[in-house]
Structure formats: C-alpha cells, structure tokens
Design a protein around this ligand. Structure first.
Ligand code: GDP
Ligand code: MG
Length: 468
C-alpha cells in the first residue's frame, strides 16, 4: 500500500472513532451533498430548500413538520470552506426586482439546525433534540474527475481525442495539439497556449450543451486559475518523451492534478456525505437536441460511478465501507411544464439513469427520481393553439413581458426520446421542445411562507425526513 493511501486509511479510522465516541454526547449531523452539472440548478435549489425549511407553510409533505419547534442557521463546522451565500441568493430571487442568483463556481457549505420534539416510547422523558443539517454544494464536474484516477496521462489523452475528434467546437484545439511536438523541450508559453485552447474548447462545448467537459476544475478553476496543475492538455504521445520534454511535463501536471486537486476533494469532502441530491437539467438537454440528451445520459452514468465505491479502488479505500444512504435524482426547472407533464419528465429522468441507478441501488443506497422546481417562476394556463386548447405555463421574461409558453408534449414513453438519441439522431423527429428563460416572479410572502416551489417538500422528506 502506498504511503499516501495508508495515511488516508488511518485518518478515516481516527475520524470514525472520534465520530462514534462523540456521538454519545453531541447532536446528530446529516451531511447533505447537493451536486449537478453547471447550471443544473444547485444554487437555486439550496436557497429554495433552506428558505422553505425556515418557513414551512409550503412544506406539507415534510412529515416531521408538526414536531419541528424551530429551524435556524448556524455557523458551519468547516472553517476553511466558503459559506453558501444564502442571504444574497435569497435577496436576488425574492427582492423587488427578482433575479436568478449569480452563477457560483465553487464548493460551499451551510449549516441549518432543527429543534425537534422527540417521538417514541421515552419521548416524554427527553428534552428537545437538535439535529444539524450541513448542506454541501459542489460541482458535478468534480465527480467526473474520479475517472481520471484510474487513467494514465496517455490513456486519458487518447480517450479525450477519441471523444472530441468529431466535434466542431474542438477544431481549433485539435489543430493546435497536433501541431505540437511533445518530444521537444518544454516551452512554458506554448504549454500555456495549449492549455488555454483546451479550456476554450471545454467552455464552448459546455455552452453548446455538452455535459462531459472535464477535468472539472478547468471550467471552474477558482483560485487555482493559472497554476501549473491546470496548465496541461491532452496530447498525442510522441515516439520519445524524455524528461523535460513538453509531453513529459504535461504528464507530470496531469498526475499533480489528480494528487493535489482530485484526491483531496474526495478525501476531505465527498467521503463525509450521508445523503445526496443529484440535480439534472433534463429539460435543457431535451431542448438542445438528441446529441445533448445522449451525452447527458452517458455523463450521468460516469457521475454515478462515484456512488458505486467498488468501482474505484481509491474510493473504496477512503470510504472504508461507509456509503451514501440515500440519493435523490431530481429533474429541475419543472415549472416550465404544466403539471400534467411532470410524470413524463420523471419517467425520462428514470430512464436516463436506469443503468447507473440500478448500480447505485446495488451498493445499498436508497434512490428516488422526481421532477421539481426550486423556485416556481410560472403559473399554469390553458391556451388555444392552432384551434386546439393546450396546457401551458405563463411567466415573466427578463424584460418584464408576460408570456404564455407551450413547451411541446413530452412523450410518456421515454424511449421515444432516448432511443433516437442513442442512435445518433441529429434532430427530434416529431417535435421541437421549446424553452423560455423565465425570470422569477415577484412574490408577496405571508408570514411563515417560503418562496413558491414544486415538490421541494417531497424532496426534503426523502432526503432528511427519516432523521428528524
Ligand atoms: N424556471 C426555473 N428556472 C430555474 C430553476 N432553478 C434554476 N433555474 C435556472 O437555471 C439557472 C441555473 O441555476 P443555478 O442554481 O445557478 O445552477 P448551478 O450552476 O447548478 O448552481 C438559473 O439561473 C435559472 O435560470 C427553477 O426552479 N425554475
Ligand atoms: Mg451554483
């Protein structure tokens, strides 16, 4: 066993002992991970969930509701993680000029504490119980990096080239990479240019709806921007790659990325998560077309490898049998659809995750799929379209105009979308799925009421209800 893995194992053991001893005296803690690819809706989800847990009038499906005495925000336990900027995000979403919160690109944390009246035989003998909920927001792209741990630089380079060879977004990068001779001595400006070109490709691909845009930190560099661990790119292997050559240096940085960026995230954060929600912008992918949907399906399967620890030896070692107990897969932004179509969206989610979900279930986690809206921006409306009446939604555009939108009819059989996507169709045959960027509506909240949502209460019940 390598020294670093040995230390990982020992650290986890010591932590485990402390946790079980501490468990006798301290309050129970649930660590809830919230992830999803960039723009999936993580920030809006956490903000909506926390606001509706603080003010619970819109949370009828949360069964512990009548036993919850109070809920309050507390200083978080991890001193070095940025705090989730709850107040700023809520102010943006529910202010006089409601807006979506600014895009966030980093891991963050928030602690919410519940004072709950205990139930059961001896409940009368016990005082109030406090349960802490630590919410950890982290990019889904970081989970995709797990696959890098099992691959050498050469294998990763080859796989990346194979995947992107036909994508027009990658044309410039591919030309740049092929023009380089990896056997020549490292020239830092050229290494930087190559990495910059690769990063440009990743960003364009992401904007065009591709999900498989890794390494994760290239899109979301945070304070690592410009550092050598992010200054590498895939390259064809030259016939010779001596020490000091460009290829050799790229390989070294790739290994450093795994050691200094990927492993610490899994060790320090991922390994401590008890419950997980994976948010998916399935509607956005459907709107972008069959290729985007197929790419999302494959990417989800990769993301979910992280919840199947046996699949990765590094993960098995740091987790030591601990696993995520519950995983919720949620299709976000369901307020773009009339509720009569929510069932179809959930079926698409389930089908999208079928392989991956079965495997997660095999590892002992309870899983569920649902459609939700973390902040409901629309109202339902029946409109007439080509002489027929259709179930639509109405909302406010960013410029203030109110419009009704009929997004198209999602098929009730998900195979009608997933099969053509798998077979490489370029466009949907029968229909177009429209989407509009609604802005949040202005809301007047009564005392005790959180912002409007769809099924956040059911999500909360599944994720934490049993522990309250
Ligand atoms: N209509 C609607 N749009 C949403 C909802 N949640 C997220 N969005 C949209 O998705 C965008 C990305 O959400 P955000 O939470 O910032 O995604 P993140 O990158 O995963 O944190 C937002 O700016 C909104 O445009 C929702 O519940 N309803
Ligand atoms: Mg965010």
């Amino acid at each position: 066993m390598a020294l670093s893995t040995l230390t990982d194992t020992m650290t986890r053991r010591v932590e485990g002992t402390v946790a079980s001893v501490g468990g006798l005296f301290s309050d129970p803690v649930i660590r809830l991970g919230v992830t999803g690819l960039s723009r999936a809706g993580k920030t809006v989800f956490i903000t909506g969930l926390v606001a509706n847990l603080l003010d619970r009038a819109r949370m009828p499906q949360l069964k512990a509701n009548d036993r919850i005495e109070s809920v309050f925000l507390q200083p978080q336990p991890d001193m070095t993680l940025p705090r989730f900027e709850y107040e700023q995000h809520l102010a943006a979403m529910t202010g006089d000029d409601p807006r979506w919160p600014a895009s966030t690109r980093h891991i963050s944390e928030l602690r919410l504490s519940f004072r709950v009246r205990p139930t059961g035989l001896f409940s009368g003998l016990q005082g109030m119980q406090t349960v802490h909920l630590d919410i950890i927001d982290y990019p889904g792209e970081w989970l995709l990096d797990l696959a890098l741990l099992e691959r050498s630089y050469e294998e990763w380079s080859d796989a990346t080239f194979a995947r992107i060879a036909k994508r027009p977004q990658a044309r410039d990068f591919l030309a740049t990479a092929r023009a380089e001779d990896g056997s020549l001595p490292l020239d830092e400006p050229r290494a930087q240019a190559l990495a910059a070109s690769f990063t440009d490709y990743l960003n364009t691909a992401r904007e065009d709806g591709y999900s498989d845009c890794t390494p994760g930190r290239f899109l979301l560099p945070g304070d690592l921007a410009g550092s050598p661990v992010l200054t590498f790119a895939p390259m064809p292997r030259p016939s010779a790659a001596p020490r000091g050559s460009l290829w050799h240096e790229m390989a070294r940085r790739y290994e450093a990325y795994k050691d200094k960026v990927v492993r610490p995230f899994f060790r320090n954060h991922f390994s401590r998560i008890d419950r997980q929600v994976v948010l998916v912008d399935a509607l956005g992918a459907i709107h972008s077309g069959p290729q985007a949907l197929e790419d999302l399906r494959r990417t989800m399967a990769d993301i979910l490898t992280a919840f199947r620890p046996g699949a990765n030896s590094f993960l098995s070692q740091i987790l030591m049998g601990k696993r995520v107990e519950r995983i919720l897969f949620a299709a976000t932004k369901a307020d773009h659809l009339h509720h009569t179509q929510h069932g179809s969206l959930t079926s698409i989610m389930e089908a999208l995750l079928r392989d991956a979900r079965d495997r997660a279930a095999f590892a002992g986690a309870r899983t569920e799929a649902m459609s939700l809206a973390s902040l409901r921006a629309t109202v339902e409306e029946t409109v007439s379209r080509h002489g027929e009446s259709v179930e639509a939604v109405r909302g406010r555009l960013a410029d203030g105009r109110q419009v009704a939108m009929y997004p198209g009819e999602l098929p009730s059989d998900p195979a009608r979308l997933l099969s053509p996507a798998r077979d490489g169709a370029e466009k949907w045959l029968d229909a177009d799925f429209a989407l509009m960027g609604f802005a949040p509506s202005r809301v007047n909240l009564r005392p005790g009421e959180g912002p409007p949502h769809i099924r956040l209460d059911r999500a909360a019940q599944f994720l934490i209800g049993d522990r309250l």
